[in-house]
Design a protein around this ligand. Sequence first.
Ligand code: DX5
Ligand code: ZN
Length: 218
Amino acid sequence: MPKAIIAPSILSADFARLAEETRAVDAAGGDWIHLDVMDGHFVPNITFGPPVVKALRPHSRKFFDVHLMIAPADPYLAAFAEAGADGITVHVEAGPHSHRSLQTIRGLGKRAGIALNPGTPAAMVEPLLDLVDMVLVMTVNPGFGGQSFIGSALETVARVKAMCAGRAIDIQVDGGVDADTVGRAAAAGANVFVAGNAVFKDGPDRYAERIAAIRAGA
Ligand code: DX5
Ligand code: ZN
């Protein structure tokens, strides 16, 4: 079985100390750094854009996993790539031209991901599988950290896993992932686990312990 990838989401970090927080989850054993970009339009919350990704880039060499919860996404893809994203994920619900977005991301030399909200059927991404390196199945409705895991999304994970048979495509889950829920997500077929609240909730002294507990449960 491939090694689980744990991706702490800095959405749950102290935004006044984002560089330190990024260094801290890197040092605590996070495999990727997950960066949640929200526009107050596609999702009901606003976070940050390319300048913040760029400012954090010198603070970690780990894979910068940029999750775009924005519509439209296309006008900003190059800016996120230049800011230091290693992978860029767009939502299939964010616009009518996912194909174009994914081709653009790959054209920029980055890993391309496609994300599905919990209410979106797995079949929506089937025609796109030749263009993606990762499918992100949301296990909460995107917009906020600290929400409860939506178990029914695991059926989507299992369907995506079956669709991806024989292809080198990562399957990521994001939302409500903790040491308890991660095992069910892994059993359904996920191998990349985003965790915000479960990593950050008790402060920096416990980041390593929290990441290790999620890894142990996967
Ligand atoms: C939700 C974001 C997530 C969020 C997860 O809209 O995409 O990445 O940070 O946070 P937790 O792990 O707290 O549910
Ligand atoms: Zn996310």
